[in-house]
Design a protein around this ligand. Structure first.
Ligand code: HEM
Length: 538
């Protein structure tokens, strides 16, 4: 379903000529110069057997930081440059919408923030973003540690059983464990619902996984066949998808009904200052309903919750998976991480305050996001003609793009750009403690932590858009601090108790991508008790 322009046959040559002519015409009509943009000339085989973002990276090195890729009958512009990304995401953000992504996600997330049209987005972002205030995040630290503790306890029990049988270690798929942990956390944090997926299965959990699976399938399937009339009744996987959606929607509707019935009206400031230590339900749903409960329609609230459930689940599970994958290949960095954990936490439980002292673990989390960004591509479509600034490599003069141009901002390419990172493909969490001033790259301000005072984690402001783990500009992730804290605390608690090794070689862990980069068959690891810690005493 994916085609890159190939020069192998006459037919394809003719098609290329026609494509180029049509692009040229479009560009001339819109005043654009897309026709002069370098075009990826890979073979179809480049796109099979390996994830798309690997090919996009090779073409970035070959063609420069802005190039064109034919994708089926359509052309996409691939951007791998911080200066151009900053323009699209921040400086001229409202000239773009989510394009193809919105088409794919709308049936699942409705008018939730990710696919929302601009008017709905403006209204809902204003309501949702204040929900992630400092006291809420502090309260969430307890949810993160309680849920992580449940996961650790499960692993300890498994290990204890193995020790009793004379074994020394357990083997298990840590990606699956992280997925359960992240689902439990997002359920409690966003709508105070305990999926309990670390220890059990339920129809709702199965429905969530079914829906995620479908979202992923749709994001890699070129023809939106699910939009054809009758598809939802005739195609079995579409029938299942609609059943899954109904199960989740019924569950969310029940939670919304309950939150509305128990609503206590108060104003935003009071809500943001309330005593979360005594609050039974600190969830975002509680905040959203208490703040504007009566006038938010249930459908919109449900779309918001569904969006956050999907946006915050697999992404966080993936960060934890890749952080462990990278650490397991670097024993010295693993030791350094565990030494920091021992020094800051000892055998105790992490807290919001202690997190501030876990600097190396925080850098590991961001470095995992740099090397394996979730999602690896940000998708946009221009709503009007726009002039892109010149990027750093290969496209000095910039391009004028017509309205309706589909764009991939390759965060993967940006994060591994040899022009902006030293040793871009190496796992070096230490890189974030070094400030990099910039004299040689026009238009890029360098890497400078003082640009974002008080930030615990490196971000797009500090890196002037060379690091975009949560996007940037007005549509930046609302859950970034939630996700970073969650990942840091969960990783610290795992490494506090266990030594982790990969079961097979790193190469045997195959990658696949949909919305996130994840493994093909799980990340199988061997877990041993840490020498200073004895799970037999549990
Ligand atoms: C948007 C990444 C966790 C909710 C985004 C975007 C990125 C991202 C890159 C921007 C998408 C774009 O510009 O097209 C991540 C990563 C996460 C994570 C890597 C975990 C490590 C979460 C969590 C939540 C969340 C935990 C909610 C609790 C959202 C929402 C948006 C969003 C609602 C849309 C924002 C808007 O358009 O206004 N996320 N996210 N994310 N994320 Fe996250």
């Amino acid at each position: 379903s994916i085609r890159c322009q190939s020069t192998s046959t006459d037919e394809q040559k003719t098609r290329n000529l026609l494509d180029n002519a049509s692009n040229l015409l479009t560009n001339l009509l819109s005043g654009g110069n897309l026709g002069s943009m370098p075009t990826a000339e890979g073979a179809v085989s480049d796109l099979f057997g390996k994830p798309l973002f690997f090919s996009l990276y090779d073409w970035f090195l070959e063609h420069g930081s802005v190039y064109k890729l034919a994708f089926g009958p359509k052309a996409f512009v691939v951007v791998s440059d911080p200066i151009v990304a900053r323009h699209i995401l921040r400086e001229n953000a409202f000239s773009y919408d989510k394009g193809v992504l919105a088409d794919i996600l709308e049936p699942i997330m409705g008018k939730g923030l990710i696919p929302a049209d601009l008017d709905t987005w403006k209204q809902r972002r204003r309501v949702i973003a204040p929900g992630f205030h400092a006291l809420y995040l502090e309260a969430m630290a307890n949810v993160f540690t309680d849920c992580s503790e449940r996961s650790i306890l499960k692993l300890e029990k498994l290990l204890k059983g193995e020790l009793l049988r004379g074994g020394k270690e357990i083997e298990l798929d840590l990606e699956a464990e992280f997925s359960s942990l992240a689902l439990d956390i997002i359920g409690l944090g966003v709508f105070n619902y305990d999926f309990g997926s670390v220890t059990k299965e339920s129809p709702v959990i199965k429905a969530v996984y079914g829906t995620l699976f479908e979202a992923e399938h749709r994001s890699t399937f070129y023809i939106p066949y699910w939009k054809f009339p009758l598809a939802r009744w005739l195609v079995p996987r579409q029938r299942k998808f609609h059943n899954d959606l109904k199960i989740i929607n019924d569950c969310l509707d029940g939670l919304i009904r309950n939150a509305k019935e128990t609503r206590q009206e108060t104003d935003v400031e009071k809500l943001q200052q309330r005593d979360y230590s005594n609050l039974k339900d600190a969830s975002l749903l509680r905040f959203l309903v208490d703040m504007r409960g009566a006038d938010v329609d249930d459908r919109q609230l449900r779309d918001d919750l569904m969006t956050m459930l999907i946006a915050g689940h697999e992404t966080t599970a993936a960060v934890l998976t890749w952080a462990v994958f990278l650490l397991a290949q670097s024993p010295s960095k693993m030791k350094k991480a565990q030494a920091e954990i021992d020094q800051v936490l000892g055998q105790g439980k992490p807290t919001f305050e202690l997190l501030k002292r876990l600097e190396y673990i925080r850098f590991i989390v961001v470095e995992a996001l740099r090397l394996y960004p979730q999602p690896p591509l940000l998708i946009r479509r221009s709503l009007k003609s726009d002039v892109l600034p010149g990027g750093y490599k290969g496209d000095k003069d910039g391009y004028t793009i017509p309205a309706g141009t589909d764009i991939f901002i390759s965060v993967y390419n940006l994060h591994r750009s040899p022009y902006f990172w030293e040793n871009p493909n190496e796992f070096e969490p230490e890189r974030f403690s070094v400030q990099r001033t910039n004299e040689d790259i026009e238009g890029w301000a360098g890497f400078d932590p003082s640009r974002s005072p008080g930030a615990l984690y490196p971000n797009e402001v500090i890196s002037d858009f060379a690091l975009l783990p949560f996007g940037g500009g007005p549509r930046k992730c609302v859950g970034d601090q939630f996700a970073l804290m969650e990942s840091t605390l969960a990783l610290a608690m795992l490494l506090q108790k266990f030594d982790v090794q990969l079961k097979g070689s790193p190469e045997s862990v195959e990658l696949v991508t949909g919305a996130t980069i994840h493994t093909k068959n799980g990340m199988w690891c061997k877990l041993k008790k840490r020498s200073s810690y004895d799970p037999a005493s549990v």
